[in-house]
Write a protein of this length. Structure first.
Length: 231
């Protein structure tokens, strides 16, 4: 009997967003459990003590011989967003987002994603906090974000997407974070030297895929009903 994977997800978390995007792009079907961080399900905490989203729980196939407790122990837990993206796309990649024909592409994409996650994201959080709490170092925080954003702008000045003329893993992994950057100081962003990045971001945000990934479902703790999500 097939048991669908379960994804614990937070609506506007950029890491959860990239996981949902990849699941849709890979045409996978899962059970979605929307949560809020102020009320985390005990079921999620039991399998992933890090207590952040996304968390993907892949139960083993039921054979009728093991107890529910044994099944729970043997479930595969993936609680890093990039790992969830790779899990989904390695199962099915109809749009070749992993650029299979280019042996160097995946390493390059993973390197840029690491820069995003380890350098740009912390700088972006400081920029968001400076704007939200009216800190005096707002401009300095924005300037810390600029090198990464300008590197993306340079890529997009050469081709329509970050790795070439078609979308890739890199585009969808970075999309939620560029979206956050664009919202911190909207007017300054729109007036900034990001014309290619703006066009790239707008195209993604207006897509049917993004609308599906961002559809707001009821919280799982309110309904106790898993939501069928994906293909």
């Amino acid at each position: 009997m097939k048991t669908l994977p379960i994804l614990y997800s937070l609506q506007n978390c950029p890491y959860a967003m990239r996981a949902r995007l990849a699941i849709l792009l890979a045409q996978q079907t899962i059970h979605l459990r929307p949560i809020v961080m102020k009320n985390k399900p005990a079921e999620m905490l039991a399998v992933s003590p890090k207590a952040t989203v996304p968390v993907l729980v892949i139960e083993p196939l039921a054979d009728g011989k093991q107890s529910a407790k044994q099944h729970s122990r043997e479930a595969q837990i993936i609680d890093e967003s990039l790992d969830i993206m790779l899990w989904a796309l390695q199962r099915n990649d109809p749009e070749d987002l992993l650029c299979a024909s280019n042996p160097d592409a995946l390493a390059e994409m993973l390197n840029v994603i690491e820069q995003n996650d380890k350098q740009f994201k912390p700088d972006l959080e400081r920029y968001k906090d400076a704007k939200r709490y009216h800190h005096g170092d707002l401009e300095a925080c924005r300037l810390k974000c600029e090198p990464f954003v300008q590197a993306l702008e340079r890529r997009l000045s050469q081709h329509a997407f970050l790795m070439g003329e078609k979308a890739s893993l890199l585009d969808y992994a970075l999309l939620p974070f560029v979206r956050q950057f664009s919202k911190v100081n909207r007017q300054l962003y729109l007036q900034g030297p990001y014309t290619h990045l703006q066009a790239w971001l707008n195209a993604h945000l207006q897509s049917r895929l993004f609308s599906k990934a961002m559809f707001k479902f009821p919280l799982w703790l309110d309904t106790q009903e898993d939501i069928l999500f994906g293909d």
